[in-house]
Design a protein. Structure first.
Lengths: 369, 539
């Protein structure tokens, strides 16, 4: 079993957009060797608790600078306690007057950090709280999780720690890989695909992979922030995955984690790779359908001629098709890849042509229904 | 009070670099200004390139506007604070809206829970606006509104209220912040995606050009960029880059630069590093003047000048030893005045803890009054002009701005850079660097990492009554029940139609305001056409 770095879920709750502090803290925790999952803005108490459970977080941290902390923190504490097992510790940062901080601590908040808290003391304290929770949770392992989401979440963690060999043979779900350079819009496209798939009543699991630092072991996992539209949907499960000690674009545990999703009878399991280069074609071998995202005006034109992932991807997706030069890139791909390859143009942020892409993906299902 | 210096600072790194990390020499002299030509670099005050100020006589003729940002609770409560501030000698009003209003949501929206009336005044409809400005003549008092994503909606409320109370539109004075680009870079109060958001700003600029000749339809803001952790140079460069984007968009939409440029205004932060801040304002005026004359070929000198509001930096205030904040604010305000601001907000010492109490807000206003009437700095225009250090820093900041403009151009311009998260990354990198430096005691902050006091010295803070939320939700329910529902629904349809065909939406927004469509309904109708933005890239 590999040791598990502390997993810290950080969230902005409510409408307040001041994210300077939370982003600074996220980086500091990463540099201290932790896996930091950032949900992004505008979370509700309910969505934070759900994300913390799905991510099997060891600590949940919320940042609030709009004086809504008393209203929003109490329901989170309650929901975290309702899980039965040892509740995930909740920490609060931001502008919290001393008398409010006292009340929050009395009600079970594990720590309250102020703007003047030094980063070194924040990271040390969070590490301590996370470790204590990991220990408590391990001691509680005999307890049956209260529902399937918690059970799946824990299985995924076990798969990550143990990284057992898993083969891709005979899986039930359609395994979909999404790869492409950083910034090409992978998470945004997946968010749109989720909506299309859910509209077709298909249950969707997502593994979103981001890199771990080879030096500290820490990671910033931010893909969740762009998969927000269906945050309360029971047919959707999103898990952020750090590559841990695996060089390349996938965690060693991804096949085993896909297996976990398969056992829970998901219809479609999507893997988002780390922003990848041409040499990272493992995803094409692993999944049933692999999508390579390209975008105009980002140097992807040069990639078209090169060997590698572009030769293996099942569908080449040209994202941001509303930009100038999209047609040129399309023509280049067509010329390089021949008439038989699937090449589609979409504009994920505007939700253009995503339905057509969804149909193309689902056509690969050998076992529909 | 137990006032013992607990941990005296080590080293004197503060004296060698500015807070933004800019190296500072022990002495500046003629060698630092080798190519300096005062005629070209400075000109006379009130003349190109306006380095020394937009007006010839500056504060000798007219003091800056002392404009304290205020708003909390219900419209009636804020109205009362407005009257109080005017009674204390404040010269203009500045409206702070609560987060639901800023985000285009009604008070009864599930996401508004816990936030109604907390950080500003809750506004749902024109009826709330009437209450907010009761007893205030909009033809006499200039009013600034800090609002961005739904700025066009609130501006429509303002115009509808003026129409209703018989104030001619051409007498309306004031400013709408309405700077959506910096929301994507820094403050995160956006609703629609960047491109339609920019279209809305252009609509308000066009509308103001036609209908509101004395009104500033946009206040291009670096304040929030700085608060998010940028350096002084980034604040300067990104703000002016946003300005370029608005000018380009308005020209592209068919406006002539000299028709709207004189009404563009700016809003800068006023941070701790005294000389660097003064240089920043001077550089801002010079760079903008050159941009407007040379790049956009504006002919009207009023298009060349950069007028700005300044606010002392909220992020420099600390909850420990809050009284010390009064001192910080005073120095920051002095920098803004020596830098030639046209209006100023001085933060209250308690703003890092809560919204200001009346006493704290009054003291902040008095700080400006002392500056204006007792220090004598208003008697001489640009008194630091010609200082080796100030001119060298001004040159350096100007060079940094031009460098950033090139980099932004290389990544495809302001919109593309916004969408790809260029600005966010640059700012987050700077913020993280600063926090790490503070951790290492490379920046000494009194009462925080040095000169700490064992026992805190708590001060009274303003408490917002939780009943505000219920009260506001009830009054919204009454409004919905009593208004002409068919008229409201028809107005929203007309708005969707106008937005879909790409017309200027201001007339449709004013119509919707008149029939009491709410902020949330109006913004939702626009979102039906424009879509909502999911937050983009985080890092």
């Amino acid at each position: 079993m590999n040791p598990q770095p502390p997993r810290i879920l950080l969230a902005k709750v409510g409408l307040d957009g001041h994210d300077r502090g939370i982003k600074v803290v996220a980086r500091a925790l990463r540099d201290a060797g932790m896996e930091v999952i950032y949900t992004g803005l505008w979370q509700t108490p309910e969505s934070v608790v759900r994300a913390a459970r799905d991510e099997d977080a060891d600590v949940v941290g919320v940042s609030m600078l709009s004086a809504a902390h008393m209203t929003l923190v109490m329901p989170m504490l309650e929901a975290l306690r309702a899980d039965g097992g040892p509740p995930i510790p909740l920490i609060v940062g931001g502008i919290v007057p001393q008398e409010d901080a006292k009340v929050l601590l009395e009600h079970g908040v594990a720590a309250v950090f102020a703007p003047e808290s030094l980063l070194a003391s924040v990271t040390a304290e969070v590490a301590k709280i996370a470790k204590a929770h990991q220990k408590r949770a391990a001691g509680d392992a005999s307890n049956e999780p209260r529902d399937w989401r918690l059970a799946l979440s824990q299985q995924l963690s076990a798969a990550e720690r143990g990284a057992p060999e898993a083969s891709a043979a005979n899986h039930r779900a359609l395994w979909v890989g999404v790869t492409g350079s950083p910034g090409v819009g992978k998470s945004t496209l997946i968010n749109r695909l989720i909506a299309e798939l859910r509209a077709r009543h298909l249950r969707v699991g997502v593994l979103a992979v981001d890199p771990s630092s080879p030096v500290t072991g820490g990671a910033l996992l931010g893909d969740r922030a762009r998969m927000r539209e269906s945050a309360q949907d029971p047919g959707l499960f999103v898990r952020s995955v750090a590559t841990r000690d695996q060089p390349g674009v996938l965690s060693k545990a991804v096949p085993a984690m896909l297996r976990c999703l398969d056992e829970r009878e998901f219809d479609v399991a999507i893997v988002e790779t780390v922003g990848a280069g041409q040499a990272d074609y493992e995803i094409c071998r692993l999944t049933d359908v692999s999508l390579l995202l390209l975008m105009p005006g980002a140097g992807d034109e040069l990639q078209v001629e090169k060997a590698g992932v572009i030769e293996l991807a099942d569908i080449v997706v040209i994202n941001k098709a509303d930009r100038p030069d999209a047609d040129t890139l399309f023509a280049q791909c067509r010329e390089a890849l021949g008439p038989d390859r699937n090449i589609v143009k979409v504009a994920a942020i505007r939700n253009e042509s995503v339905a057509e892409l969804t149909e193309l993906i689902l056509a690969r299902r050998t076992n529909p229904g | 009070m137990a006032a013992t210096p607990v941990e005296p600072p080590t080293g004197n790194a503060n004296s060698r670099r500015t807070i933004s990390g800019r190296p500072v020499k022990p002495v500046y002299g003629p060698a630092d200004l080798a190519d300096f030509d005062p005629d070209r670099a400075l000109g006379e005050p009130g003349e190109f390139p306006f380095t020394r100020g937009p007006h010839r006589e500056m504060y000798r003729k007219q003091l800056w506007t002392m404009r304290q940002f205020a708003g909390f609770g219900t419209p009636a409560q804020t109205n009362e604070r407005f009257h109080y501030l005017l009674g204390q000698g404040q010269m203009g009003l500045s409206t702070a809206f609560d987060l639901p209003t800023l985000m285009g949501r009604d008070s009864d929206d599930p996401l508004s829970r816990g936030e109604v009336g907390r950080c500003g005044v809750a506004i749902d409809s024109l009826a709330d606006f009437e209450r907010l400005f009761q007893g205030i003549d909009l033809g006499e008092i200039s009013v600034s509104m800090t609002i961005n994503a739904p700025a066009a909606v609130l501006l429509a409320f303002y115009v509808a209220l003026a129409d209703k109370t018989g104030v001619p539109r051409d007498r309306l004075r004031g400013t709408c912040q309405n700077d959506i680009l910096k929301e994507f870079h820094a403050q995160n109060e956006f609703v629609f995606p960047p491109r339609p958001s920019l279209k809305l700003v252009v609509d308000t600029i066009e509308f103001a050009t036609e209908e509101l000749p004395q009104y500033n339809p946009v206040s291009i803001s670096g304040y929030h960029i700085r608060e998010a952790g940028s350096t002084a140079g980034q604040e300067l460069a990104f703000t002016l880059a946003d300005g370029i984007a608005y000018v380009e968009a308005a020209i592209e939409a068919g406006s002539k630069v000299d028709d709207f440029a004189p009404r563009l205004s700016f809003f800068f932060n006023c941070h701790n590093d005294f000389l660097e801040e003064i240089a920043k304002y001077r550089a801002a005026r010079r760079v903008w003047a050159k941009l407007m004359r040379d790049r956009f070929e504006a002919r009207d000198p009023r298009s060349h000048w950069l007028r700005f509001h300044a606010q002392t930096a909220g992020c420099t205030l600390w909850g420990t030893q809050p009284m010390v904040n009064v001192v910080r604010v005073a120095y920051q305000a002095l920098a803004a005045v020596l830098g030639g601001c046209q209006s100023l907000h001085t933060n209250s010492m308690d703003e890092t803890l809560a919204l200001p109490t009346e006493a704290a807000a009054t003291l902040a206003l008095r700080t400006q009054q002392v500056l204006a009437h007792e220090t004598g700095v208003t008697s001489t225009v640009d008194p630091l002009g010609g200082s080796y250090a100030i001119e060298a820093l001004t040159n350096e900041l100007e060079a940094e701005a031009w460098d950033y403009f090139d980099r932004i151009e290389q990544v495809g311009g302001v919109l593309a850079a916004t969408e790809s998260g260029f600005f966010r990354r640059e700012i987050a990198d700077a913020a993280f660097r600063y926090s790490q430096e503070m951790d290492r005691n490379e920046h000494i902050v009194v009462g925080v990492n040095a000169y700490r006091e064992q026992a805190g010295t708590p001060i009274e803070t303003l408490k917002i009554d939780p009943s505000v939320e219920t009260e506001q939700i009830e009054s919204l329910a009454r409004l919905r029940a009593e208004r002409d529902a068919a008229a409201a629904s028809a107005a929203l349809d007309a708005l969707r139609h106008a937005a879909a065909k790409g017309a200027n939406v201001m007339p449709a927004l004013i119509d919707a305001a008149r029939v009491h469509c709410t902020v949330g309904e109006t913004v939702a109708a626009l979102a039906d056409v424009y879509g909502r933005f999911d937050g983009g890239v985080a890092w």
